[in-house]
Design a protein around this ligand. Structure first.
Ligand SMILES: Cc1cc2nc3c(=O)[nH]c(=O)nc-3n(C[C@H](O)[C@H](O)[C@H](O)COP(=O)(O)OP(=O)(O)OC[C@H]3O[C@@H](n4cnc5c(N)ncnc54)[C@H](O)[C@@H]3O)c2cc1C
Ligand SMILES: NC(=O)c1ccc[n+]([C@@H]2O[C@H](COP(=O)([O-])OP(=O)(O)OC[C@H]3O[C@@H](n4cnc5c(N)ncnc54)[C@H](O)[C@@H]3O)[C@@H](O)[C@H]2O)c1
Length: 517
Protein backbone atom coordinates (compact mmCIF):
# COMPACT_ATOMS: atom_id res chain seq x y z
CA UNK A 1 0.00 0.00 0.00
CA UNK A 2 1.28 3.49 -0.81
CA UNK A 3 1.95 5.62 2.21
CA UNK A 4 0.80 9.16 2.97
CA UNK A 5 2.22 11.78 0.64
CA UNK A 6 3.05 14.37 3.31
CA UNK A 7 6.68 14.01 4.38
CA UNK A 8 8.47 16.46 6.67
CA UNK A 9 9.35 19.51 4.58
CA UNK A 10 13.11 19.08 4.84
CA UNK A 11 12.84 15.83 2.85
CA UNK A 12 12.43 15.74 -0.92
CA UNK A 13 8.77 15.74 -1.96
CA UNK A 14 7.52 12.43 -3.23
CA UNK A 15 4.10 11.52 -4.61
CA UNK A 16 3.86 7.78 -5.16
CA UNK A 17 4.15 6.25 -7.69
CA UNK A 18 6.96 8.47 -8.94
CA UNK A 19 6.15 8.08 -12.64
CA UNK A 20 6.57 10.85 -15.20
CA UNK A 21 3.18 12.36 -14.37
CA UNK A 22 3.85 12.68 -10.67
CA UNK A 23 7.31 14.04 -11.46
CA UNK A 24 5.63 16.66 -13.68
CA UNK A 25 3.21 17.40 -10.83
CA UNK A 26 6.07 17.99 -8.40
CA UNK A 27 7.98 20.00 -11.01
CA UNK A 28 4.98 22.34 -11.24
CA UNK A 29 3.87 22.45 -7.63
CA UNK A 30 7.10 22.17 -5.65
CA UNK A 31 10.05 22.31 -8.03
CA UNK A 32 12.98 20.38 -6.50
CA UNK A 33 15.47 23.04 -7.65
CA UNK A 34 13.44 26.01 -6.34
CA UNK A 35 15.37 28.71 -4.50
CA UNK A 36 13.29 30.84 -2.22
CA UNK A 37 13.63 34.53 -3.19
CA UNK A 38 15.21 37.17 -1.00
CA UNK A 39 12.28 38.58 1.00
CA UNK A 40 11.09 42.11 0.23
CA UNK A 41 11.54 44.62 3.09
CA UNK A 42 7.80 44.45 3.81
CA UNK A 43 4.85 42.70 2.17
CA UNK A 44 1.33 44.06 1.87
CA UNK A 45 0.25 40.45 2.33
CA UNK A 46 1.91 37.24 3.49
CA UNK A 47 -0.26 34.24 2.69
CA UNK A 48 0.38 30.93 4.49
CA UNK A 49 -0.79 27.94 2.45
CA UNK A 50 -1.07 27.64 -1.33
CA UNK A 51 -4.30 25.65 -1.66
CA UNK A 52 -7.26 27.26 -3.43
CA UNK A 53 -7.77 29.79 -0.62
CA UNK A 54 -4.13 30.90 -0.58
CA UNK A 55 -3.67 30.86 -4.35
CA UNK A 56 -6.75 32.97 -5.05
CA UNK A 57 -5.85 35.41 -2.25
CA UNK A 58 -2.27 35.76 -3.48
CA UNK A 59 -3.14 36.09 -7.17
CA UNK A 60 -6.03 38.50 -6.52
CA UNK A 61 -3.93 40.75 -4.29
CA UNK A 62 -0.91 40.71 -6.63
CA UNK A 63 -3.04 41.51 -9.69
CA UNK A 64 -4.29 44.59 -7.85
CA UNK A 65 -0.71 45.73 -7.23
CA UNK A 66 0.06 44.34 -3.76
CA UNK A 67 3.50 42.97 -2.85
CA UNK A 68 2.65 39.40 -1.88
CA UNK A 69 4.55 36.45 -0.38
CA UNK A 70 2.98 33.00 -0.63
CA UNK A 71 4.32 30.16 1.52
CA UNK A 72 3.67 26.47 0.89
CA UNK A 73 5.11 23.59 2.85
CA UNK A 74 4.16 20.78 0.52
CA UNK A 75 2.50 21.04 -2.92
CA UNK A 76 0.91 24.19 -4.30
CA UNK A 77 -2.70 23.55 -5.25
CA UNK A 78 -3.40 22.03 -1.83
CA UNK A 79 -6.01 19.33 -1.39
CA UNK A 80 -8.19 20.20 -4.38
CA UNK A 81 -5.54 19.67 -7.03
CA UNK A 82 -3.52 16.95 -5.37
CA UNK A 83 -5.70 14.80 -3.14
CA UNK A 84 -9.24 16.13 -3.47
CA UNK A 85 -11.54 17.40 -6.22
CA UNK A 86 -9.29 16.81 -9.22
CA UNK A 87 -8.22 13.19 -8.61
CA UNK A 88 -11.62 12.17 -7.19
CA UNK A 89 -13.59 13.60 -10.11
CA UNK A 90 -11.16 12.01 -12.56
CA UNK A 91 -11.78 8.58 -11.02
CA UNK A 92 -15.51 9.28 -10.93
CA UNK A 93 -15.44 9.92 -14.68
CA UNK A 94 -13.88 6.50 -15.33
CA UNK A 95 -16.43 4.89 -13.02
CA UNK A 96 -19.29 6.55 -14.95
CA UNK A 97 -17.99 5.05 -18.17
CA UNK A 98 -18.16 1.62 -16.53
CA UNK A 99 -21.75 2.25 -15.41
CA UNK A 100 -22.73 3.46 -18.88
CA UNK A 101 -21.33 0.29 -20.44
CA UNK A 102 -23.01 -1.90 -17.84
CA UNK A 103 -26.39 -0.34 -18.52
CA UNK A 104 -25.85 -0.04 -22.30
CA UNK A 105 -28.31 -2.81 -23.07
CA UNK A 106 -31.12 -0.69 -21.64
CA UNK A 107 -30.43 1.60 -24.60
CA UNK A 108 -30.42 -1.16 -27.17
CA UNK A 109 -26.66 -1.31 -27.33
CA UNK A 110 -25.29 -4.81 -26.89
CA UNK A 111 -22.06 -5.36 -25.01
CA UNK A 112 -20.25 -8.54 -24.21
CA UNK A 113 -21.33 -8.18 -20.52
CA UNK A 114 -17.67 -8.40 -19.53
CA UNK A 115 -16.28 -4.95 -18.83
CA UNK A 116 -12.51 -5.02 -18.71
CA UNK A 117 -11.56 -2.48 -16.06
CA UNK A 118 -7.87 -1.70 -16.17
CA UNK A 119 -7.44 -0.14 -12.72
CA UNK A 120 -3.76 0.81 -13.23
CA UNK A 121 -4.80 2.60 -16.44
CA UNK A 122 -7.60 4.43 -14.59
CA UNK A 123 -5.07 5.63 -12.04
CA UNK A 124 -2.54 6.55 -14.70
CA UNK A 125 -5.22 8.67 -16.38
CA UNK A 126 -5.81 10.33 -13.01
CA UNK A 127 -2.11 11.14 -12.65
CA UNK A 128 -1.86 12.40 -16.23
CA UNK A 129 -4.86 14.72 -15.90
CA UNK A 130 -3.81 15.95 -12.46
CA UNK A 131 -0.34 16.78 -13.77
CA UNK A 132 -1.84 18.70 -16.72
CA UNK A 133 -4.21 20.67 -14.48
CA UNK A 134 -1.40 21.38 -11.99
CA UNK A 135 0.08 23.90 -14.44
CA UNK A 136 -2.64 26.35 -13.32
CA UNK A 137 -1.27 26.32 -9.78
CA UNK A 138 2.43 26.17 -10.63
CA UNK A 139 5.07 27.99 -8.65
CA UNK A 140 6.59 29.44 -11.82
CA UNK A 141 3.20 30.76 -12.98
CA UNK A 142 2.57 32.47 -9.65
CA UNK A 143 6.01 34.03 -9.67
CA UNK A 144 6.20 35.00 -13.35
CA UNK A 145 2.58 35.78 -14.27
CA UNK A 146 1.39 37.29 -10.99
CA UNK A 147 4.68 38.55 -9.52
CA UNK A 148 4.12 36.70 -6.24
CA UNK A 149 7.19 35.78 -4.15
CA UNK A 150 6.76 32.02 -3.65
CA UNK A 151 8.49 30.43 -0.66
CA UNK A 152 8.58 26.71 0.10
CA UNK A 153 8.83 25.65 3.73
CA UNK A 154 6.89 25.38 6.94
CA UNK A 155 5.59 28.84 7.88
CA UNK A 156 4.90 30.03 11.39
CA UNK A 157 4.39 33.39 13.05
CA UNK A 158 7.52 34.67 14.76
CA UNK A 159 6.46 38.16 15.86
CA UNK A 160 3.53 40.54 15.68
CA UNK A 161 4.25 41.31 12.01
CA UNK A 162 6.62 38.55 10.94
CA UNK A 163 6.38 35.04 9.55
CA UNK A 164 9.35 32.67 9.57
CA UNK A 165 9.96 30.24 6.71
CA UNK A 166 13.10 28.27 5.86
CA UNK A 167 15.33 30.57 7.92
CA UNK A 168 13.90 33.68 6.26
CA UNK A 169 11.78 36.36 7.89
CA UNK A 170 8.82 37.79 6.01
CA UNK A 171 7.59 41.13 7.35
CA UNK A 172 3.95 41.90 6.68
CA UNK A 173 1.32 44.61 6.94
CA UNK A 174 -1.39 41.95 6.76
CA UNK A 175 -1.21 38.16 6.84
CA UNK A 176 -3.65 35.45 5.75
CA UNK A 177 -3.86 31.96 7.23
CA UNK A 178 -4.98 29.56 4.48
CA UNK A 179 -3.56 26.31 5.81
CA UNK A 180 -6.58 24.12 5.00
CA UNK A 181 -7.61 20.92 6.71
CA UNK A 182 -6.57 17.28 7.09
CA UNK A 183 -8.52 14.04 7.40
CA UNK A 184 -10.07 13.71 10.84
CA UNK A 185 -8.61 10.78 12.76
CA UNK A 186 -10.76 8.09 14.34
CA UNK A 187 -9.77 6.74 17.71
CA UNK A 188 -10.70 3.14 16.92
CA UNK A 189 -8.34 0.66 18.62
CA UNK A 190 -6.15 -1.14 16.09
CA UNK A 191 -6.92 1.17 13.15
CA UNK A 192 -3.54 2.94 13.12
CA UNK A 193 -1.72 -0.41 13.41
CA UNK A 194 -3.42 -2.03 10.40
CA UNK A 195 -2.94 1.15 8.34
CA UNK A 196 -5.74 2.67 6.32
CA UNK A 197 -6.43 4.86 3.35
CA UNK A 198 -7.58 8.48 3.43
CA UNK A 199 -7.85 11.05 0.67
CA UNK A 200 -4.11 11.65 1.20
CA UNK A 201 -3.01 8.26 -0.09
CA UNK A 202 -5.98 6.64 -1.86
CA UNK A 203 -5.16 8.39 -5.15
CA UNK A 204 -1.69 6.84 -5.09
CA UNK A 205 -3.10 3.32 -5.36
CA UNK A 206 -1.98 1.37 -8.40
CA UNK A 207 -3.77 -1.88 -7.57
CA UNK A 208 -7.48 -2.09 -6.92
CA UNK A 209 -8.42 -3.36 -3.48
CA UNK A 210 -10.72 -6.31 -4.06
CA UNK A 211 -12.59 -5.86 -0.79
CA UNK A 212 -12.82 -2.28 0.45
CA UNK A 213 -14.47 -1.04 3.64
CA UNK A 214 -15.36 2.65 3.54
CA UNK A 215 -15.88 4.27 6.93
CA UNK A 216 -18.05 7.40 6.69
CA UNK A 217 -21.08 8.06 4.50
CA UNK A 218 -20.53 11.77 3.83
CA UNK A 219 -19.15 13.45 0.70
CA UNK A 220 -15.87 11.54 0.52
CA UNK A 221 -17.30 8.18 1.59
CA UNK A 222 -20.22 8.28 -0.85
CA UNK A 223 -18.28 9.56 -3.86
CA UNK A 224 -15.42 7.11 -3.45
CA UNK A 225 -17.47 4.09 -2.33
CA UNK A 226 -19.56 4.26 -5.51
CA UNK A 227 -16.44 4.84 -7.59
CA UNK A 228 -14.57 1.81 -6.25
CA UNK A 229 -17.69 -0.32 -6.52
CA UNK A 230 -18.10 0.63 -10.17
CA UNK A 231 -14.41 -0.01 -10.78
CA UNK A 232 -14.90 -3.55 -9.53
CA UNK A 233 -14.18 -3.61 -5.79
CA UNK A 234 -16.52 -5.28 -3.37
CA UNK A 235 -17.49 -2.29 -1.20
CA UNK A 236 -18.93 -2.20 2.29
CA UNK A 237 -19.88 1.27 3.51
CA UNK A 238 -20.08 1.76 7.28
CA UNK A 239 -21.94 4.86 8.34
CA UNK A 240 -22.48 6.03 11.90
CA UNK A 241 -25.80 7.75 11.23
CA UNK A 242 -29.13 6.32 10.12
CA UNK A 243 -28.70 7.44 6.51
CA UNK A 244 -26.04 8.51 4.07
CA UNK A 245 -25.26 12.17 3.34
CA UNK A 246 -26.65 13.10 6.75
CA UNK A 247 -26.70 16.83 6.02
CA UNK A 248 -28.63 16.52 2.76
CA UNK A 249 -32.33 16.41 1.95
CA UNK A 250 -33.64 13.03 3.19
CA UNK A 251 -35.32 12.23 -0.16
CA UNK A 252 -32.02 12.87 -1.95
CA UNK A 253 -30.14 10.62 0.47
CA UNK A 254 -32.78 7.90 -0.03
CA UNK A 255 -32.18 7.91 -3.79
CA UNK A 256 -28.43 7.59 -3.28
CA UNK A 257 -28.89 4.71 -0.83
CA UNK A 258 -31.20 2.90 -3.23
CA UNK A 259 -28.71 3.39 -6.07
CA UNK A 260 -25.81 2.10 -3.99
CA UNK A 261 -27.69 -1.05 -2.99
CA UNK A 262 -28.78 -1.64 -6.60
CA UNK A 263 -25.15 -1.35 -7.70
CA UNK A 264 -24.19 -4.09 -5.26
CA UNK A 265 -22.73 -2.14 -2.38
CA UNK A 266 -23.30 -3.33 1.16
CA UNK A 267 -24.51 -0.54 3.45
CA UNK A 268 -24.12 -0.83 7.19
CA UNK A 269 -25.97 2.03 8.84
CA UNK A 270 -25.80 3.02 12.51
CA UNK A 271 -22.48 1.18 12.60
CA UNK A 272 -20.48 1.33 15.79
CA UNK A 273 -16.94 0.14 15.11
CA UNK A 274 -15.24 -1.35 18.20
CA UNK A 275 -11.81 -2.28 16.97
CA UNK A 276 -9.80 -3.36 13.97
CA UNK A 277 -7.09 -5.99 13.68
CA UNK A 278 -5.00 -7.77 11.11
CA UNK A 279 -5.42 -11.49 10.49
CA UNK A 280 -3.02 -12.74 7.82
CA UNK A 281 -3.81 -10.76 4.68
CA UNK A 282 -7.13 -9.54 6.07
CA UNK A 283 -8.00 -6.37 7.91
CA UNK A 284 -10.84 -7.30 10.23
CA UNK A 285 -13.38 -4.71 11.42
CA UNK A 286 -15.39 -5.60 14.53
CA UNK A 287 -18.58 -3.58 14.73
CA UNK A 288 -22.08 -3.48 16.09
CA UNK A 289 -25.19 -2.60 14.06
CA UNK A 290 -28.89 -3.22 14.75
CA UNK A 291 -27.94 -4.61 18.15
CA UNK A 292 -25.78 -7.37 16.63
CA UNK A 293 -22.01 -7.85 16.87
CA UNK A 294 -20.36 -8.57 13.55
CA UNK A 295 -17.07 -8.65 11.73
CA UNK A 296 -15.89 -7.80 8.25
CA UNK A 297 -12.84 -9.09 6.39
CA UNK A 298 -11.39 -6.65 3.87
CA UNK A 299 -8.17 -5.82 2.02
CA UNK A 300 -8.25 -2.08 2.60
CA UNK A 301 -10.08 0.45 4.76
CA UNK A 302 -10.80 3.96 3.50
CA UNK A 303 -11.69 6.55 6.15
CA UNK A 304 -13.64 9.76 5.34
CA UNK A 305 -15.20 11.00 8.56
CA UNK A 306 -14.74 14.76 8.28
CA UNK A 307 -11.88 17.22 8.49
CA UNK A 308 -9.60 18.73 11.14
CA UNK A 309 -8.41 22.29 10.50
CA UNK A 310 -4.63 22.75 10.19
CA UNK A 311 -4.02 25.04 13.15
CA UNK A 312 -0.99 23.34 14.71
CA UNK A 313 2.59 24.64 14.66
CA UNK A 314 1.68 28.10 13.39
CA UNK A 315 2.46 29.76 16.72
CA UNK A 316 -1.00 31.34 16.65
CA UNK A 317 -1.03 31.92 20.43
CA UNK A 318 1.96 34.25 20.16
CA UNK A 319 0.11 36.58 17.76
CA UNK A 320 -3.22 36.52 19.58
CA UNK A 321 -5.08 34.46 16.97
CA UNK A 322 -7.72 32.36 18.72
CA UNK A 323 -8.64 28.96 17.39
CA UNK A 324 -10.55 25.84 18.22
CA UNK A 325 -9.07 22.46 17.33
CA UNK A 326 -12.36 21.28 15.78
CA UNK A 327 -13.71 24.48 14.23
CA UNK A 328 -10.37 26.00 13.28
CA UNK A 329 -9.25 29.62 13.36
CA UNK A 330 -11.95 31.84 14.83
CA UNK A 331 -12.97 34.54 12.36
CA UNK A 332 -15.71 37.14 12.20
CA UNK A 333 -18.02 37.68 9.23
CA UNK A 334 -15.23 39.67 7.55
CA UNK A 335 -12.84 36.71 7.90
CA UNK A 336 -10.73 38.71 10.33
CA UNK A 337 -9.14 36.76 13.18
CA UNK A 338 -8.85 37.97 16.76
CA UNK A 339 -5.69 39.79 15.60
CA UNK A 340 -6.96 42.57 13.28
CA UNK A 341 -3.84 42.34 11.07
CA UNK A 342 -4.40 38.66 10.39
CA UNK A 343 -7.18 37.09 8.31
CA UNK A 344 -8.05 33.45 7.65
CA UNK A 345 -9.80 31.78 4.74
CA UNK A 346 -10.78 28.35 3.43
CA UNK A 347 -11.00 25.01 5.21
CA UNK A 348 -8.94 26.25 8.16
CA UNK A 349 -11.75 28.49 9.37
CA UNK A 350 -14.94 27.97 7.36
CA UNK A 351 -17.84 25.59 7.75
CA UNK A 352 -18.22 25.47 3.96
CA UNK A 353 -15.31 23.22 3.07
CA UNK A 354 -15.43 23.51 -0.71
CA UNK A 355 -13.02 24.76 -3.34
CA UNK A 356 -15.48 27.29 -4.72
CA UNK A 357 -16.18 28.49 -1.16
CA UNK A 358 -12.45 28.99 -0.56
CA UNK A 359 -12.22 30.85 -3.87
CA UNK A 360 -15.19 33.14 -3.16
CA UNK A 361 -14.04 33.85 0.40
CA UNK A 362 -10.48 34.62 -0.76
CA UNK A 363 -11.86 37.46 -2.87
CA UNK A 364 -13.54 38.84 0.25
CA UNK A 365 -10.25 38.63 2.15
CA UNK A 366 -8.38 40.58 -0.55
CA UNK A 367 -10.99 43.33 -0.37
CA UNK A 368 -11.19 43.45 3.43
CA UNK A 369 -7.48 43.11 4.19
CA UNK A 370 -6.16 45.53 1.58
CA UNK A 371 -8.85 47.97 0.56
CA UNK A 372 -10.97 48.70 3.57
CA UNK A 373 -10.27 51.91 5.47
CA UNK A 374 -11.75 52.26 8.96
CA UNK A 375 -13.98 49.27 8.27
CA UNK A 376 -15.59 50.88 5.23
CA UNK A 377 -16.20 48.84 2.07
CA UNK A 378 -15.82 45.50 3.81
CA UNK A 379 -17.55 42.42 2.49
CA UNK A 380 -19.22 39.74 4.58
CA UNK A 381 -18.93 35.99 4.23
CA UNK A 382 -22.60 35.70 5.16
CA UNK A 383 -23.52 37.68 2.03
CA UNK A 384 -22.53 34.74 -0.19
CA UNK A 385 -25.06 32.34 -1.66
CA UNK A 386 -23.20 29.03 -1.53
CA UNK A 387 -24.12 26.00 -3.62
CA UNK A 388 -22.48 22.58 -3.35
CA UNK A 389 -22.69 19.25 -5.04
CA UNK A 390 -21.91 15.65 -4.14
CA UNK A 391 -20.62 13.92 -7.25
CA UNK A 392 -22.32 10.60 -6.79
CA UNK A 393 -24.32 9.27 -9.71
CA UNK A 394 -26.90 10.79 -9.66
CA UNK A 395 -25.39 13.96 -8.24
CA UNK A 396 -26.95 15.77 -5.29
CA UNK A 397 -26.69 19.54 -5.52
CA UNK A 398 -27.96 22.04 -3.01
CA UNK A 399 -28.10 25.79 -2.44
CA UNK A 400 -29.56 27.92 0.35
CA UNK A 401 -31.73 26.67 3.16
CA UNK A 402 -33.20 23.28 3.93
CA UNK A 403 -36.89 23.33 5.01
CA UNK A 404 -36.02 21.95 8.45
CA UNK A 405 -33.78 25.00 9.05
CA UNK A 406 -36.64 27.38 8.30
CA UNK A 407 -36.07 29.51 11.44
CA UNK A 408 -39.70 30.56 11.67
CA UNK A 409 -40.04 31.43 7.98
CA UNK A 410 -43.00 29.71 6.36
CA UNK A 411 -42.11 28.07 3.08
CA UNK A 412 -43.74 26.49 0.04
CA UNK A 413 -41.85 23.73 -1.75
CA UNK A 414 -42.22 23.08 -5.48
CA UNK A 415 -41.29 19.51 -6.29
CA UNK A 416 -40.77 18.15 -9.80
CA UNK A 417 -39.79 14.49 -10.08
CA UNK A 418 -37.53 13.80 -13.05
CA UNK A 419 -39.88 11.10 -14.31
CA UNK A 420 -42.08 14.02 -15.40
CA UNK A 421 -39.28 15.63 -17.40
CA UNK A 422 -39.04 14.46 -21.01
CA UNK A 423 -35.25 14.70 -21.30
CA UNK A 424 -34.69 12.68 -18.11
CA UNK A 425 -37.00 9.98 -19.49
CA UNK A 426 -35.20 10.07 -22.85
CA UNK A 427 -31.82 9.83 -21.13
CA UNK A 428 -32.98 6.88 -19.01
CA UNK A 429 -32.33 8.99 -15.90
CA UNK A 430 -35.77 9.42 -14.35
CA UNK A 431 -34.61 8.92 -10.77
CA UNK A 432 -34.20 12.33 -9.22
CA UNK A 433 -36.00 15.57 -8.63
CA UNK A 434 -35.89 19.32 -8.35
CA UNK A 435 -37.19 20.84 -5.12
CA UNK A 436 -37.35 24.60 -4.84
CA UNK A 437 -38.21 26.21 -1.50
CA UNK A 438 -39.76 29.69 -1.63
CA UNK A 439 -40.94 32.09 1.03
CA UNK A 440 -44.64 31.35 1.49
CA UNK A 441 -46.90 33.60 -0.55
CA UNK A 442 -43.99 35.10 -2.54
CA UNK A 443 -41.74 33.98 -5.39
CA UNK A 444 -38.54 34.52 -3.35
CA UNK A 445 -36.30 31.47 -3.61
CA UNK A 446 -34.77 30.42 -0.30
CA UNK A 447 -33.14 27.16 -1.32
CA UNK A 448 -33.19 24.17 -3.61
CA UNK A 449 -32.05 20.58 -3.84
CA UNK A 450 -31.54 18.83 -7.16
CA UNK A 451 -30.87 15.14 -7.69
CA UNK A 452 -29.94 14.45 -11.30
CA UNK A 453 -27.04 13.03 -13.24
CA UNK A 454 -25.66 16.54 -13.79
CA UNK A 455 -27.28 18.29 -10.83
CA UNK A 456 -24.08 20.28 -10.26
CA UNK A 457 -24.58 21.98 -13.62
CA UNK A 458 -28.33 22.49 -13.24
CA UNK A 459 -28.18 24.11 -9.77
CA UNK A 460 -26.34 27.15 -11.19
CA UNK A 461 -29.58 28.63 -12.51
CA UNK A 462 -31.06 28.66 -9.02
CA UNK A 463 -27.87 30.09 -7.51
CA UNK A 464 -27.86 32.84 -10.13
CA UNK A 465 -31.48 33.63 -9.35
CA UNK A 466 -30.90 33.71 -5.59
CA UNK A 467 -27.72 35.79 -5.85
CA UNK A 468 -29.47 38.38 -7.99
CA UNK A 469 -32.81 38.39 -6.22
CA UNK A 470 -34.63 36.85 -9.15
CA UNK A 471 -37.67 34.87 -8.13
CA UNK A 472 -39.80 32.10 -9.57
CA UNK A 473 -41.56 34.61 -11.85
CA UNK A 474 -38.27 35.41 -13.56
CA UNK A 475 -37.48 31.71 -13.99
CA UNK A 476 -40.95 31.04 -15.44
CA UNK A 477 -40.30 33.79 -18.02
CA UNK A 478 -36.95 32.28 -19.00
CA UNK A 479 -37.06 30.03 -22.06
CA UNK A 480 -35.34 26.69 -21.51
CA UNK A 481 -34.40 24.65 -24.58
CA UNK A 482 -36.49 21.53 -25.10
CA UNK A 483 -35.63 18.83 -24.22
CA UNK A 484 -33.27 19.51 -21.29
CA UNK A 485 -33.29 18.24 -17.75
CA UNK A 486 -33.06 21.85 -16.53
CA UNK A 487 -36.64 22.24 -17.74
CA UNK A 488 -37.51 20.74 -14.36
CA UNK A 489 -36.64 24.12 -12.86
CA UNK A 490 -38.94 25.93 -15.26
CA UNK A 491 -41.67 23.41 -14.46
CA UNK A 492 -41.23 24.24 -10.76
CA UNK A 493 -41.59 27.92 -11.64
CA UNK A 494 -44.69 27.15 -13.73
CA UNK A 495 -46.12 25.33 -10.71
CA UNK A 496 -45.50 28.48 -8.70
CA UNK A 497 -47.22 30.58 -11.38
CA UNK A 498 -50.28 28.35 -11.21
CA UNK A 499 -50.68 29.26 -7.54
CA UNK A 500 -51.20 32.85 -8.69
CA UNK A 501 -54.22 31.71 -10.61
CA UNK A 502 -56.57 32.36 -7.69
CA UNK A 503 -60.33 31.74 -8.06
CA UNK A 504 -60.80 35.51 -8.45
CA UNK A 505 -58.20 35.77 -11.27
CA UNK A 506 -59.73 32.73 -12.96
CA UNK A 507 -63.20 34.24 -12.67
CA UNK A 508 -62.00 37.49 -14.26
CA UNK A 509 -60.20 35.72 -17.16
CA UNK A 510 -63.19 33.38 -17.73
CA UNK A 511 -65.59 36.33 -17.81
CA UNK A 512 -63.36 38.17 -20.29
CA UNK A 513 -63.15 35.11 -22.55
CA UNK A 514 -66.90 34.39 -22.46
CA UNK A 515 -67.56 38.04 -23.34
CA UNK A 516 -65.23 37.57 -26.35
CA UNK A 517 -67.24 34.57 -27.65
C1 LIG B 1 -11.41 13.74 -1.56
C2 LIG B 1 -11.89 15.17 -1.60
C3 LIG B 1 -12.69 15.58 -2.63
C4 LIG B 1 -13.14 16.89 -2.69
N1 LIG B 1 -13.95 17.25 -3.71
C5 LIG B 1 -14.41 18.51 -3.78
C6 LIG B 1 -15.21 18.92 -4.86
O1 LIG B 1 -15.54 18.13 -5.74
N2 LIG B 1 -15.64 20.19 -4.89
C7 LIG B 1 -15.30 21.08 -3.92
O2 LIG B 1 -15.72 22.24 -4.01
N3 LIG B 1 -14.53 20.73 -2.87
C8 LIG B 1 -14.07 19.47 -2.79
N4 LIG B 1 -13.25 19.11 -1.76
C9 LIG B 1 -12.89 20.12 -0.73
C10 LIG B 1 -11.73 21.02 -1.22
O3 LIG B 1 -10.64 20.21 -1.61
C11 LIG B 1 -11.30 21.94 -0.08
O4 LIG B 1 -12.41 22.64 0.42
C12 LIG B 1 -10.26 22.95 -0.58
O5 LIG B 1 -9.12 22.28 -1.04
C13 LIG B 1 -9.87 23.91 0.55
O6 LIG B 1 -8.86 24.77 0.11
P1 LIG B 1 -7.89 25.48 1.17
O7 LIG B 1 -6.99 26.33 0.37
O8 LIG B 1 -8.66 26.08 2.25
O9 LIG B 1 -7.07 24.29 1.85
P2 LIG B 1 -6.04 23.22 1.25
O10 LIG B 1 -6.40 22.84 -0.13
O11 LIG B 1 -5.96 22.15 2.28
O12 LIG B 1 -4.66 23.99 1.18
C14 LIG B 1 -3.94 24.36 2.32
C15 LIG B 1 -2.45 24.40 1.97
O13 LIG B 1 -1.74 24.95 3.07
C16 LIG B 1 -0.51 24.26 3.19
N5 LIG B 1 -0.02 24.46 4.57
C17 LIG B 1 -0.58 24.00 5.72
N6 LIG B 1 0.12 24.42 6.78
C18 LIG B 1 1.15 25.15 6.30
C19 LIG B 1 2.23 25.84 6.91
N7 LIG B 1 2.41 25.87 8.22
N8 LIG B 1 3.12 26.48 6.10
C20 LIG B 1 2.98 26.46 4.76
N9 LIG B 1 1.96 25.82 4.13
C21 LIG B 1 1.05 25.19 4.89
C22 LIG B 1 -0.87 22.82 2.87
O14 LIG B 1 0.27 22.06 2.51
C23 LIG B 1 -1.86 23.02 1.72
O15 LIG B 1 -1.21 23.00 0.47
C24 LIG B 1 -12.76 17.82 -1.68
C25 LIG B 1 -11.93 17.40 -0.63
C26 LIG B 1 -11.49 16.10 -0.58
C27 LIG B 1 -10.60 15.70 0.54
N1 LIG C 1 -18.24 17.16 -3.76
C1 LIG C 1 -17.69 17.92 -2.84
O1 LIG C 1 -17.84 19.12 -2.80
C2 LIG C 1 -16.81 17.27 -1.80
C3 LIG C 1 -16.33 15.98 -2.00
C4 LIG C 1 -15.53 15.42 -1.02
C5 LIG C 1 -15.22 16.16 0.11
N2 LIG C 1 -15.69 17.41 0.26
C6 LIG C 1 -15.38 18.19 1.47
O2 LIG C 1 -14.59 17.42 2.34
C7 LIG C 1 -15.15 17.46 3.65
C8 LIG C 1 -14.93 16.13 4.30
O3 LIG C 1 -15.74 15.11 3.73
P1 LIG C 1 -16.06 13.82 4.58
O4 LIG C 1 -16.88 12.92 3.76
O5 LIG C 1 -14.81 13.29 5.21
O6 LIG C 1 -16.89 14.41 5.79
P2 LIG C 1 -18.47 14.56 6.03
O7 LIG C 1 -18.59 15.40 7.24
O8 LIG C 1 -19.16 14.95 4.79
O9 LIG C 1 -18.97 13.09 6.35
C9 LIG C 1 -18.44 12.32 7.37
C10 LIG C 1 -19.36 11.14 7.61
O10 LIG C 1 -18.68 10.22 8.45
C11 LIG C 1 -19.61 9.68 9.37
N3 LIG C 1 -18.86 9.18 10.53
C12 LIG C 1 -18.21 9.90 11.49
N4 LIG C 1 -17.64 9.06 12.38
C13 LIG C 1 -17.91 7.80 11.97
C14 LIG C 1 -17.59 6.50 12.47
N5 LIG C 1 -16.88 6.35 13.59
N6 LIG C 1 -18.05 5.43 11.81
C15 LIG C 1 -18.79 5.56 10.67
N7 LIG C 1 -19.12 6.77 10.15
C16 LIG C 1 -18.68 7.87 10.79
C17 LIG C 1 -20.54 10.83 9.68
O11 LIG C 1 -21.78 10.36 10.14
C18 LIG C 1 -20.66 11.51 8.31
O12 LIG C 1 -21.72 11.00 7.56
C19 LIG C 1 -16.59 17.80 3.51
O13 LIG C 1 -16.97 18.66 4.56
C20 LIG C 1 -16.68 18.49 2.19
O14 LIG C 1 -16.81 19.86 2.41
C21 LIG C 1 -16.49 17.97 -0.68
Amino acid sequence: MSQAVFPPTDQPISVPPMDRYNQELIENLHPPDWSNPEPAPCYNLVVIGAGTAGLVTAAGAALLGAKVALVEKHLMGGDCTNVGCVPSKTMIRSARVVADIKYAEKFGVGTSHYVDIDFPAVMERLRRIRAAISLHDSAKRFQQEFGVDVFFGNACFSGRNTVEVAQKTLRFKKAVIATGSSPKKLSIPGLEEVQYLTNENVFSLTRRPNRLAVIGGGYIGCELAQTFRRLGSEVILLQKGSHLLGREDADAAAIIQKTFVREGMQLILEANIHHVERQDVNKVIYYEANGKQNQLYVDEILVGVGRSPNVENLNLESVGVKYDKQKGVIVDDYLQTTNPRIYAVGDVCMEWKFTHAADAAARIVVQNALFSVLGLGRKKLSSLTMPWCTYTDPEVAHVGMYPEQNQGIEIDTYYIPLNEVDRAIIDGEPEGFVKVHVKKGTDKILGATIVARHAGEIINEITLAMTNNLGMKAIAKTIHPYPTQAEAIRKAADAYNRTRLTPLVKKITSSWLSWQR
